[in-house]
Design a protein around this ligand. Structure first.
Ligand SMILES: Cc1cc2nc3c(=O)[nH]c(=O)nc-3n(C[C@H](O)[C@H](O)[C@H](O)COP(=O)(O)OP(=O)(O)OC[C@H]3O[C@@H](n4cnc5c(N)ncnc54)[C@H](O)[C@@H]3O)c2cc1C
Length: 311
């Protein structure tokens, strides 16, 4: 369930008893993935730091060789830099842990408006009855914006984390003997910054193409370009739509957010959101709502130029 606030504090409640997402302990999640990889024969080298990749060599404290090298090294990917692919644009995000007595730990709160988080949004997600995460991403001063929000909510930060959300495509997600997966390839939903699901979907493409490459003894750039074709024609289609929506969303002004929330206060529309809403495919519900309520289009400035050129 979620309560979505407009800048004027008006709100809508969406969701029902159907579970839409889970709050995951990221340390345990990553540890479990690492454990599974090791059980399948991976050689895990902790405390290593890759400095450069020059196919087939990976230069860290020691040197390694790979038939196919996967750059799944996150936002500031060294592998991406090594193959001369430019970093994507980034939006700054901050999150704090706060003491918070949740009335309903199943309910998250979303705060819209440039006055709260320019070009993005803020969130409050209860972790249990006593603690919550409060965070936001913003094109302008994310930390100051978060401090303002905490002040308004009368909450004090217990710990703080900051990161960057990659926005927009990278030019290429492959090279001779090398592929990029996850944040390294900017495989993130631009509407939310969520990269776990799309990264995993792209990893499925990576597995398929790497298996083929190893079988064929091939590693050329043109062979591995089929990895990019695979993810762009799969989850990439949704990522492209989220980019377009983000581009439109960025332009919405606070009065327009107020209007959108006012117009969404309609049982039929809320039902559409509840039935069609899918956290991993956010564009679907947006297009369904716009179809049902075309008057909402007046709040949106649709770009004349293709959005991927502008972002
Ligand atoms: C606080 C926070 C909250 C988030 N919330 C969500 C959410 O709710 N839902 C969601 O879907 N996404 C969320 N994200 C985004 C999500 O975490 C990323 O999209 C996702 O983790 C990307 O996975 P990845 O494997 O590509 O990169 P990462 O998870 O960043 O992993 C990269 C790995 O590479 C390692 N590495 C980096 N450089 C080197 C190097 N030179 N040598 C060796 N190793 C290296 C790093 O140590 C790390 O282990 C959140 C991110 C943050 C920071």
């Amino acid at each position: 369930k979620a309560r979505i606030y407009a800048p004027n504090r008006d709100y809508i409640d969406i969701g029902n008893d159907k579970t839409r997402g889970y709050v995951v302990d990221r340390v345990l999640f990553d540890r479990e993935l690492a454990k599974r990889a090791v059980n399948r024969g991976a050689n895990l080298q902790l405390k290593e730091r890759v400095k450069k990749v020059k196919y087939p060599e990976v230069i860290a404290f020691s040197r390694y060789k790979g038939r196919i090298i996967v750059g799944a090294d996150g936002l500031n990917s060294v592998v991406r830099r090594s193959i001369g692919v430019k970093a994507p644009k980034i939006i700054g995000a901050m999150q704090t842990l706060v003491r918070y007595e949740a009335e309903d730990i199943e309910k998250v709160y979303i705060f819209l408006g440039n006055s709260v988080a320019k070009g993005f949004f803020a969130w409050l997600i209860p972790l249990d009855e006593n603690f919550a995460k409060v965070g936001l991403a913003s094109y302008h001063a994310p930390w100051d914006s978060l401090k303002n929000l905490l002040k308004k909510l009368n909450l004090k930060p217990l710990s703080i984390v900051g990161w960057g959300i990659p926005i927009g495509w990278v030019d290429r997600s492959y090279d001779n003997g090398i592929i990029l997966v996850g944040d390294a390839a900017s495989q993130v939903k631009a509407t939310s910054g969520g990269g776990v699901y799309p990264g995993l979907r792209c990893a499925q493409c990576a597995v398929k193409i790497i298996e083929r490459a190893l079988e064929a003894g091939a590693h050329s750039s043109s062979f591995l370009s089929s990895y990019e074709k695979c993810w762009k024609s799969g989850i990439g289609r949704e990522l492209r739509r989220t980019l377009m929506l983000h581009k439109i969303y960025r332009k919405i002004r606070d009065e327009e957010f107020n209007g959108i929330i006012r117009e969404l206060k309609d049982e039929k529309l809320i039902r559409v959101i509840n039935e069609e809403g899918d956290i991993d495919y956010p564009s679907r519900v947006v297009f369904k709502i716009l179809k049902r309520k075309p008057s909402l289009l007046k709040y949106l400035s649709i770009p004349a130029k293709p959005y991927h050129i502008q972002i």
